[in-house]
Design a protein around this ligand. Structure first.
Ligand code: SAM
Length: 262
């Protein structure tokens, strides 16, 4: 017995999952949508049981799917077989993934971070683009960063777009939310160096002394890092640009900084 079958778009669970495309519904429920068997499996393997698991008929007997179903049922979650039409509506895609999991959001408190646990940590000031944020979480995971800290008003790391861009790393990297004031106060006790990134900086990013643990601070896509945030850093650096581009994409710049610091 794996669960029940649903064919109606007006089913209340299906409607609730579709509503998780909206930030207000994610904020109200503390839930988010993870699409695809790979991402759902990442969640299950990191000990997070889906609250709801929707799947197409053909996905039901894949060995990883069986594990995901077992984890969902063990956590008292709901497993529902749905039609391709429902999967398309839930994903807002013509070619949806055959599996969709709904998981609880997790945020780590700033004060719970242990700076010595990783060589590099990432702080993003007012990141706006979910694709950038998801790509940065994926890169932070790949490089073994300690956390991604969202400073000030940021886009939602648990939006469907951001989660897609993480390619499963959404479950692997601690996410932290902090106001500018909280971050400024917490940064005072940082045992390593805090490296800001500024287009106007004199120092080349390759010349900075990355005293570990290194905390890399990145600016917003439009405005960059404001003066008060740059002033919190031990050093501000620039990644050289040799062509006509006036800046790098935020996620690309973050990737370069993470790997320079590790
Ligand atoms: N107009 C913005 C500005 O003046 O900073 C451009 C922001 S850029 C698209 C977004 C962020 O990526 C920047 O705040 C910085 O953190 C990082 N960044 C992009 N290019 C960079 C570079 N060449 N050197 C250092 N950081 C860079």
């Amino acid at each position: 017995m794996t669960g029940r079958a649903v064919t109606s778009l007006s089913n209340p669970t299906v409607k609730a999952v579709r509503a998780l495309h909206l930030r207000k519904d994610r904020d109200a429920t503390g839930l988010f949508v993870a699409e695809g068997l790979k991402t759902v499996t990442e969640g299950v393997e990191t000990g997070r049981a889906p609250r709801i698991l929707l799947h197409g008929a053909e996905a039901g007997d894949h060995p990883l799917m069986i594990k995901a179903i077992e984890a969902t049922l063990a956590g008292r979650g709901e497993v529902i077989e749905v039609t391709p039409e429902i999967l398309a509506k839930v994903s807002r895609r013509d070619n949806p993934q055959a599996v969709v999991g709904v998981f609880a959001q997790v945020f780590t408190p700033l004060g719970a971070l242990e700076p010595q646990a990783a060589a590099c940590w990432v702080a993003l000031h007012r990141v706006r683009d979910p694709g950038n944020l998801g790509t940065i979480v994926r890169t932070a995971d790949a490089a073994g960063c300690g956390a991604v800290i969202l400073v000030g008003e940021c886009c939602d790391p648990y939006s469907v777009e951001a989660v897609r861009a993480t390619m499963g790393s959404i479950f692997a990297v601690p996410l932290v939310k902090a106001s500018e004031a909280e971050f400024a106060a917490w940064r005072n006790d940082w045992p390593g160096c805090v490296v800001g990134t500024l287009l106007s900086a004199e120092a080349d990013h390759r010349q900075a002394a990355y005293v570990r643990p290194t905390l890399v601070l990145m600016g917003n896509e439009q405005q960059g890092l404001p003066a008060d945030m740059a002033a919190l850093c031990d050093v501000n650096v620039k990644i050289p640009m040799r062509g006509r581009a006036d800046s790098l994409n935020l996620a690309v710049a973050t990737g370069i900084m993470i790997y320079a610091a590790t």
